[in-house]
Design a protein around this ligand. Structure first.
Ligand code: FES
Length: 97
């Protein structure tokens, strides 16, 4: 199973493939905002991908649209939309905790 690590807490764990980063955070007990409930319509779940960008699913239309509205660029991702395919390390910015 892919290993997901969240900073600044440093919490990490093995997560079933194709879970979203938001689901990974919840499974590992990491606080991560998600005001819209995971529907790509709030951007509060934003994270910064530090390592393993290639191990996440690609940015699809809904995520791209919300990121444009929120003026976010990669290496930001919306944690509710990015699904884990391999090892990845992300930083949760202060506004998403
Ligand atoms: S939880 Fe709202 S965009 Fe991810």
């Amino acid at each position: 199973m892919p290993r997901v690590t969240f900073h600044p807490s440093g919490k990490s764990g093995d997560i079933p493939e194709k879970k979203s980063l938001l689901e990974a955070a919840q499974l590992l007990g990491v606080d991560l905002a998600h005001e819209c409930g995971g529907f790509a319509s709030c951007s509060t779940c934003r994270v910064v991908v530090e390592d393993g960008h290639e191990n996440l699913t690609g940015i699809e239309f809904e995520e791209e649209d919300m990121m444009d509205l929120a003026a976010l660029l990669p290496p930001h991702r919306l944690a509710c939309q990015a699904k884990v395919l391999g090892d990845v390390t992300v930083i949760i910015p202060g506004e998403s905790r």
